[in-house]
Design a protein around this ligand. Sequence first.
Ligand code: AMP
Length: 211
Amino acid sequence: MFFRTFAVVLIVNRKIKVLIYMINLVLFGPPGSGKGTQAEKLVEAYDLLHISTGDLFRFNMKNDTPLGQEAKRYITKGELVPDSVTINMLKARVEETPDVKGYIFDGFPRNINQSEHLDKILAERGGQVDGLLMLDVEEKEIVARILNRGKTSGRADDNDEEIIRNRFQVYQNETSPVFDYYDKQEKSHKIDGIGSIDDIFARLSDVIDSL
Ligand code: AMP
């Protein structure tokens, strides 16, 4: 599997500088489209760091931190946690991990403001979003999948059909413009999110290998 990670060695003011080019991917799509499942496989195949804002919130809720308590007020209703909280949390996580080859962002960015901040955070490290991969799954399938996941996930927001439909609505209204935002930069790719885990992984890999 070919993968683009390379370094450039420069001599600046008689000092050797090595610039490592990162590859940063946004795994995108409605809740329940398979982002978490595919992220696990992609991390292994491409040696990237997976950052899921949903997982970070759930970790904080489990440990009952002030951030977790704040996030819970929104997550239980299927609404977005305010940008002020989410962006700072994401930025801190990126800053904690200076030596990675790149990131798979999962569940972030979820609106245009978050996209602009992500671009800035990566630019500060000489990086950018290299590709947005959108798993395309329709609402009916999403609701069925999440209700099924809810039987074992222990997530309150996976167990109530009204909350699930609200999450899908929030995705359509606030999050789907992120696809167009990166499409204008010719970075967005739509992938059929129906099929076996391995088939979908193969579709994602084909796109990543062509970036
Ligand atoms: P997820 O696990 O990605 O489905 O996220 C679960 C919940 O966490 C979402 O329904 C939101 O309430 C919240 N959340 C996760 N990521 C974000 C984000 N980037 N911006 C705002 N809220 C988020």
